[in-house]
Design a binder for this molecule. Structure first.
Ligand SMILES: [Zn+2]
Length: 300
């Protein structure tokens, strides 16, 4: 039995439906929409854009919450009883995912949205999970999700595929706008200081160098030596800016900006969306807002 569960977990989008002839493990009640659970709000937004209103999408971790070290609570685990599909980011973001069938009895498909994305390895070995902070990442999420939707609900394939075309077109437009804005910024070494480095994939796409304060020290504060090295790097960069994620980050970033002369550029959205009426209420708005904020700070 345990072996069967592990085999199921190991299935990818391509392999998932090789076993499709088996009875559906979590049958959907005929009087309700199929429910899809996504682990973080950014992934839930992509899933919703492609699936709603035919599917009901729920997010385990809501807006303005951290995505790290966040196991589902016992109450949240009961929410797995009636879902038809679980979408997770992967690259070890959700360390609890392998234990899920044991802890909940969930037997439905578990799909890794980051599947197919070329991982950036931290310290040469750990895949960085922040794949949502890039146009390549969101595009790949969308294509993976629609592939799964079409397999699970083939009668809705035309609708899912039409929504994918619309989503990808909006993503493309946001990307072109970001490219145009960043073209106005001084070229060369563009260094951006953030509380924790969620932006390696964005950096790879746009030729921006991000540095996370949390990587400078295992404690809350970087050592004096690490800070001095960072200040020198900022001063020698062609353009530099500092950002916060939450009010709690502000004091150290203010100090770094003051001592290095870098611009303090405000808040970036890293691991979750803002509330719907905020500046990063959707996956595309989040990328557009972050890049516009970065371009503005680097340009001044
Ligand atoms: Zn993060």
């Amino acid at each position: 039995m345990l072996l069967a569960r592990r085999n199921f977990l190991a299935l990818t989008v391509g392999g998932l439906f090789a076993a499709a002839c088996k009875p559906a493990p979590n049958p959907v009640p005929t009087n309700s929409k199929p429910k899809v659970l996504a682990t973080i709000s950014i992934l839930a937004d992509v899933a919703e854009r492609l699936g709603a209103p035919d599917l009901e999408i729920v997010s385990l971790i809501g807006p303005d919450q951290t995505a790290h070290h966040r196991d589902p609570t016992p109450r949240e685990l009961t929410g797995f009883n009636d879902i038809s599909l679980l979408l997770h980011v992967g690259f070890k973001l959700e360390g609890w995912i392998d234990r899920l069938p044991e802890s909940t009895g969930y037997r439905g498909p578990i799909i890794q949205a980051s599947e197919g994305i070329d991982p950036i390895l931290v310290e040469g070995r750990i895949p960085d999970p922040h794949t949502w902070q890039s146009f390549v990442g969101l595009r790949s999420y969308a294509e993976t999700i629609v592939k799964v939707y079409v397999k699970l609900w083939p009668n809705l394939a035309t609708r899912f595929k039409a929504r994918l075309v619309t989503y990808l077109a909006e993503l493309e437009a946001a990307e072109q706008a970001a490219v145009a804005r960043l073209a106005q910024v001084r070229q060369g070494r563009r260094l951006i200081i953030v509380p924790h480095n969620s932006f390696r994939y964005l950096g790879r796409e746009f030729g921006l160098e991000f540095r996370g304060i949390s990587a400078l020290s295992t404690g809350a504060q970087p050592s004096a030596q690490a800070l001095a090295i960072l200040l020198d790097e900022i001063k020698s960069a062609d353009a530099a800016a500092c950002f916060i994620e939450a009010e709690a980050d502000k004091r150290l970033m203010e100090q770094i900006a003051r001592e290095s002369g870098a611009k303090l550029g405000g808040k970036l959205y890293t691991d979750s969306l803002s509330k719907p009426d905020g500046p990063a209420g959707t996956s595309i708005k989040m990328l557009a807002y972050n890049l516009a904020t970065i371009a503005e700070a680097l340009a001044t």
